[in-house]
Design a protein around this ligand. Structure first.
Ligand code: NI
Length: 249
């Protein structure tokens, strides 16, 4: 049994979410952490977590929403953090890929969310793109647990996050032909990784280019099993133990 620790199951991407969940169950992917990005998706993620038994919610404002979010959106998150199905703050973080100009605003938003995680004693799911140094320096100010989502950095960066107690979220990127990530993960103990799809994005080989869904965790899992020479059962056991150490599920 596998867990997709990072997906975006929203109505805007999927006509029939029940079917998507069913597809996943057929492949032994039985638990889902659905991540919000803005107020609209946070509402939806919360609603779905109440409808489906093994669907959990992470609420957050994504750095790409830094220019459009309102204070009341943060209040909505805070007001729902005691809900039993809300298990993390996410997807939160820093993204300097398109622009660095709003860096201060991004850092301010990120810290507001980190403060909430600290206050409610919840783990975080972190998005960091082209912002490794600021992410590390910001996280160092806090004593939190969580996942560095879509990790694709160097071995040295991986070690820094691991020493800080974070798990590395590994997705379809590891299966991409031109990705160096497999070389990094080869040398990293499996006790530090969790699997994720980032659906609807980052579809693993051999379906790259199509819309992703949690069922494709199996393609990522098979790839890692081949890389590490272990069985699917062993990988499921280890990654679920890692999840248990970090999340209350
Ligand atoms: Ni995401």
């Amino acid at each position: 049994m596998f867990t997709d620790t990072h997906c975006h199951l929203y109505e805007e991407y999927y006509e029939n979410i029940a079917e998507i969940i069913n597809n996943a169950r057929k492949k032994q992917i039985n638990r889902f952490i659905n991540n919000g990005c803005d107020n609209k998706s946070n509402l939806e993620v919360l609603k779905l977590s109440q409808e489906y038994k093994n669907m959990y919610a992470a609420l957050g404002i994504h750095p790409e929403s830094v220019e459009t979010y309102e204070e009341k959106d943060l209040l909505f998150i805070e007001n729902n953090l005691t809900n039993k199905k809300v298990i993390a703050l996410g997807e939160i973080g820093l993204d300097y890929h398109y622009t660095k100009e709003n860096k201060d605003k991004q850092l301010e938003l990120f810290e507001k969310e980190l403060n909430m995680a600290a206050k409610f004693n919840l783990p975080i799911i972190v998005h960091s793109r082209d912002a490794t140094l600021d992410t590390i320096n910001t996280l160092k100010k806090y004593d939190l647990k969580g996942v560095i989502h879509s990790f694709s950095g160097s071995y040295e960066t991986a070690q820094i996050y691991i020493k800080m107690g974070y798990l590395l979220g590994i997705n379809g990127v590891i299966t991409f032909k031109n990705s160096y990530l497999k070389e990094v993960i080869k040398d990293i103990d499996l006790s530090h990784i969790v699997l994720e799809t980032d659906s609807p994005y980052l579809t693993p080989t051999p379906n790259r280019g199509t819309k992703n869904e949690p069922a494709r965790i199996i393609d990522i899992a098979k790839f890692i099993c081949e890389l590490k020479q272990i069985s699917l059962e062993e990988l499921a056991r280890i990654t679920n133990e890692n999840i248990k150490r970090t999340f209350d599920i």
